[in-house]
Write a protein that binds this ligand. Structure first.
Ligand code: ZN
Ligand code: ZN
Length: 585
């Protein structure tokens, strides 16, 4: 979301203050909920005027032709928009609002306050040159299926006109950027230019636009590509002897955690939990590795160091894996197995009318290995949900082998639980049934990731994998990844963790392959807080379940818990918890 925080509509009507009078009147005439519902509609429409790029990305295409030039005036307008909407929100008292509206209100306020904080305090528009990149927006419109190619190209043509001014404003904004974000911006803008230089001209060829129009768009595309590559060149030559550190710093980091995760815990509390959890996992893993030692290692001498012991057993088990050619088939075969297990154990209702389509990842997404869920947005609820599986064809042997060991016969099942059933895919089906568009738009990443991580453990606890020690050991390794993501993110951004220390954590303590650990280091160099979402959400969901079990005793039902929990949509766990525990106070 924050990536849109600096975008702004130049000709938009500032919607905040003019709504206040209307809101007051409405709350006198109607019930609070009815008034709030109609305010939400106006809020969303104003939000899309304010952030047209964000609108396009969620499938709202009215403002496709607009690209905001991210200058100081745009930031001032954004602040005014957020303050105006915050004023409007204040007109509504929580008393008299339904549970769902209460949560919506809290999420809207968080979004608005977070945007103001980002402009005034975080100021990533100064130090993160990678936030300026127009290619993704153009690629989305180009690959869209919501409108005819000709209409989409006309919008692209209008949008292209603002690209040179966009990059001029970017250059004005940048002050003392980090070396890491600068390098990322150079790579991504150089690479992204191909959308304008190749994909767009190819689409123009196929279109039925008059020749003159085609030529005009082609010319604007060439100018835009020049501006884009010019920006990358400018960054390459930028004199920056003492670049800002890529570490966010303790204070900004703590604040960003509060805004982005919306946890019931502070970042320090979660960090402490992650440290303790890592120790627990190591203890459990050592016991399993001991138990499995002779089966996998025969009479070999057991190392005295328990981390080395675990590593050796894991390495051996990881040799059981599929081949590059059958990777997709292996995933496809598992989906019905997971569905059957969930039905047999009565864990959650799975709507048969919304099947999951497994497909090879489309060309424009190619290069992203592994698997990901592609779900219909809030404006396309009937659309297919795709499970994109990256192809390993063309990979060199060594790379494919290392990848397949990581996604071996055991972890591949956990991956499918996480991404598909009952993880992300199942959660998204429930989320789309939630009536609130606010929760779909402002969906809480920690809840979404936390749910997927929670289901991994839940499935194994219910007996998926027949309680095989191999399955549990590989699960614990997988769970260590989320846990160590939090430790890494915290220690890098609120502390001074070096690359060497990070490699020790990820490889020696979390048993990752070097390439995976290197990738994680690059990721933590250019992102902040997001890596905490998995462990935080998981911890809060698991704790909520255990608390409800205690309070309900015999009346606790796992299926009912799952369905009730997901019925709130993608809301922060702390609010769902408040609602679910309300009756026990
Ligand atoms: Zn192998
Ligand atoms: Zn996930």
């Amino acid at each position: 979301m924050r990536k849109y925080a600096t975008l702004l509509l130049a000709i938009g009507i500032f919607a905040g203050s003019c709504n206040n009078q209307q809101n007051k009147k409405e709350s006198m005439n109607n019930s609070n909920d009815a008034a709030f519902d109609s305010y939400k509609e106006r809020f969303v429409e104003a939000l899309w005027q304010q952030y047209p790029g964000w609108a396009s990305s969620v499938g709202y295409h009215k403002y496709d032709s607009i690209l905001i030039v991210p200058d100081a005036a745009a930031r001032n307008k954004e602040i005014a928009f957020c303050k105006g909407q915050l004023d409007s929100l204040k007109q509504f008292d929580d008393n008299g609002l339904s549970d769902n509206n209460k949560i919506d209100k809290a999420m809207m306020r968080n979004q608005l306050e977070s945007s103001i904080w980002s402009v005034n305090e975080e100021k990533s528009y100064e130090w993160n040159p990678a936030q300026y990149n127009v290619s993704e927006g153009f690629a989305d419109i180009l690959n869209g299926t919501y409108d005819s190619l000709d209409n989409r190209l006309r919008n692209i043509g209008k949008r292209l006109a603002a690209v040179p001014a966009f990059y001029e404003a970017a250059k004005q904004n940048i002050k003392n950027p980090t070396a890491e974000h600068t390098q990322l911006a150079v790579e991504q803008n150089m690479g992204g230019a191909s959308v304008l230089e190749q994909d767009l001209p190819a689409a123009l060829q196929k279109s039925h636009l008059p020749e003159a129009e085609k030529t005009a768009i082609k010319e604007k595309a060439a100018q835009a590509a020049t501006a884009m590559k010019g920006y990358a060149d400018w960054l390459k030559n930028l004199k920056n002897d003492q670049p800002r550190s890529f570490r966010l710093g303790k204070d900004l980091y703590a604040k960003k955690f509060d805004f982005d995760i919306q946890s019931g815990y502070t970042v320090d509390e979660i960090y402490k939990k992650a440290q303790e959890h890592k120790q627990e996992l190591h203890t459990k893993m050592a016991a399993l590795a001991n138990q499995l030692w002779s089966k996998y290692m025969g009479n070999a001498q057991k190392p005295a160091d328990s981390l080395l012991l675990i590593r050796q057993v894991i390495d051996k088990i990881s040799l059981q894996h599929t081949s590059p050619d059958s990777f997709q088939a292996a995933i496809e075969k598992q989906i019905p197995v997971l569905v059957d297990f969930i039905k047999k154990k009565d864990l959650i209702y799975i709507d048969p009318a919304k099947p999951l389509v497994v497909r090879k990842e489309p060309a424009y997404m190619a290069g992203v290995a592994g698997a990901s869920i592609n779900a219909p947005g809030p404006y396309d609820k009937g659309g297919n949900t795709y499970y994109n599986v990256g192809s390993l064809s063309g990979w060199d042997k060594q790379k494919a082998e290392s990848y397949l060991r990581e996604y071996n016969n055991y972890t591949l099942q956990i991956l499918n639980i996480h991404e598909a059933i009952p993880g992300h895919y199942t959660q998204l089906v429930y989320s789309n049934q939630s009536p609130s568009i606010i929760k779909a738009i402002l969906g809480n990443g920690a809840m979404v990731e936390g749910w997927a991580v929670y289901t991994e453990r839940m499935m194994l606890e219910e007996g998926y994998g027949n309680n095989e020690p191999e399955m549990w050991l590989m699960y614990y390794k997988w769970n260590l990844r989320s846990t160590c993501n939090t430790i890494l993110d915290h220690d890098v951004h609120a502390g001074n963790m070096t690359k060497e220390q990070a490699m020790h954590l990820l490889m020696d303590e979390a048993f990752q392959q070097q390439s995976e650990a290197e990738g994680k280091w690059r990721r933590v160099n250019v992102t902040q807080v997001q890596l905490c979402s998995y462990f935080t959400g998981y911890t809060e969901i698991y704790e909520l379940r255990e608390e409800l079990k205690k309070k309900m005793g015999d009346k606790f039902n796992l299926k009912a818990f799952h369905e009730k929990f997901l019925s709130y949509g993608s809301a922060p766990v702390k609010y769902i918890k408040e609602m679910m525990l309300k009756d026990f106070k």
